[in-house]
Design a protein around this ligand. Structure first.
Ligand SMILES: Nc1ncnc2c1ncn2[C@@H]1O[C@H](COP(=O)(O)OP(=O)(O)OP(=O)(O)O)[C@@H](O)[C@H]1O
Ligand SMILES: [Mg+2]
Length: 232
């Protein structure tokens, strides 16, 4: 579904990602793991076009999206729930969802909103609540819901569980399983390695802007080297 080839990106003079090759399989949930500063967020943001690519290419569902502006990438089928969620705190739940559907017609957006509310009943109950007044878990659901408003083929989630109660994290992973059954491809960043290994199909570990490990979660679970990668 997604193929990064020799992808490089960075900020100013600093290169954060040094030419990585990465494949995300269609219909799989893949965890992108690694210590702080490894380049996970930079990689995710370059896929959606919010951090500029310096070299290499990004293929989504066979289309080269490397040079596309963010809105065109969204239309090609990739959407993100970004690190820090980046919601509009003073807008309501429903209004934040509208933002996520900006590439689509009003009728399409209404249908997607119904789907999001069916998937996250908490959001439906709170549709007129201001986003900034909700719990961390509800805000993460809203960030994911906003991404789903674009009806992506591929969903990116950066820092899925950061600061959330375990029960909420479980609930979100359950929702991802439902999405997967419907054919969604997911790439997520997760700090809790054990939690990720239980819930995903494939694992990619980044360290210092490079790929240090790539395999199935079953292979990764039996791999002692994985822990070493995080300790540096
Ligand atoms: N906006 C920015 N401007 C300059 N440098 C940045 C910026 N964002 C990230 N960096 C640098 O790029 C490198 C990769 O950071 P990135 O945020 O991609 O890592 P990460 O793996 O997501 O880390 P974390 O687990 O802390 O979220 C780091 O050296 C970081 O300091
Ligand atoms: Mg990050």
């Amino acid at each position: 579904m997604l193929e990064l080839k020799a992808l490089r990106c960075g900020y100013g003079l600093m290169e954060a990602v040094h030419g990585i090759d990465l494949t995300v399989h269609r219909g799989h949930i893949t965890a992108l793991l690694g210590p702080n500063g490894a380049g996970k967020t930079s990689t995710m943001m370059s896929i959606v076009g919010r951090v500029q690519t310096r070299g290499g290419s990004i293929l989504l569902d066979g289309h080269d999206i490397t040079a596309m502006p963010p809105a065109d990438r969204t239309r090609c089928g990739v959407a993100i729930a970004p690190e820090g969620r980046r919601l509009f705190p003073d807008l309501t739940v429903a209004e934040n969802l509208v933002v996520g559907g900006y590439t689509r017609t009003q009728a399409q957006a209404r249908r997607s909103e119904e789907r999001v509310f069916a998937m996250f009943p908490r959001l439906a109950e709170r549709r007129r609540q201001r986003a900034g007044l909700m719990s961390g878990g509800e805000q993460q659901m809203l960030a994911i819901g906003r991404a789903l408003m674009a009806e992506p083929k591929m969903l990116l989630i950066d820092e899925l569980s950061l600061g959330l109660m375990p029960s909420v994290v479980d609930q979100i992973f359950e929702t991802l399983k439902v999405l997967k059954r419907e054919g969604m491809t997911v790439l997520l960043v997760e700090q809790n390695i054990q939690r990720a290994l239980q819930a995903v199909d494939d694992v990619v570990v980044m360290t210092a802007g490079t790929i240090a490990y790539q395999g199935t979660s079953a292979q990764a679970a039996g791999n002692d080297r994985l822990a070493d990668l995080f300790l540096g």
